[in-house]
Design a protein around this ligand. Sequence first.
Ligand SMILES: O=P(O)(O)OC[C@H]1O[C@H](OP(=O)(O)OP(=O)(O)O)[C@H](O)[C@@H]1O
Ligand code: HPA
Length: 173
Amino acid sequence: MSETIRELISEEDVAAKVKEIGAQITKDYEGKAVHLICVLKGGVFFTCELAKRIEVPVSLDFMSVSSYGDDTKSSGVVKIIKDLDESIEGKDVLIVEDIIDSGRTLSYLIEVLKQRNPASIRLCTLLDKPERRVKDVKVDYVCFNIPDEFVVGYGLDYAQKYRNLPFIGVVEF
Ligand SMILES: O=P(O)(O)OC[C@H]1O[C@H](OP(=O)(O)OP(=O)(O)O)[C@H](O)[C@@H]1O
Ligand code: HPA
């Protein structure tokens, strides 16, 4: 069975919103440096675009956490596939994600990172599906709230496909 993709958020709308959120982050971190933690793989496209829109000093690190595998449903078990390269002690950390769905991945990640004594820790996501939440997560920056549909593009995949779409689309099976 093959799926089709229906556009939900255009490339232009994503670009405009990323610029706006970047400007907000620049304002909020004035006089500081921000340490972006990109959550692989999905967060990579958003992190690159967002970093270019932040005008305070930015450093970057990457972490890979997986709970979905190739499925459209979370397994409920979060695994660290790749840990950070550097210590975050004393840093102003901003986690950058592509999507918050059940909240399981991020609530786990935030707990793990808090124990490493950053100066602060905030969360920025491209997409949020608030209706699907099973674990509470405080989200500081959200580009778009979306309905409960499985989405792809701009880093998000279905069975590792469609990450390279420049827009956000809904998978129709
Ligand atoms: O709020 P949740 O229900 O936990 O879902 C959100 C997580 O699911 C996706 O990751 P995935 O495990 O698919 O890995 P990927 O980014 O490598 O595709 C996404 O990038 C988030 O990390
Ligand atoms: O809607 C989604 N699409 C892709 N990956 C995801 N991980 C959680 N929700 C989603």
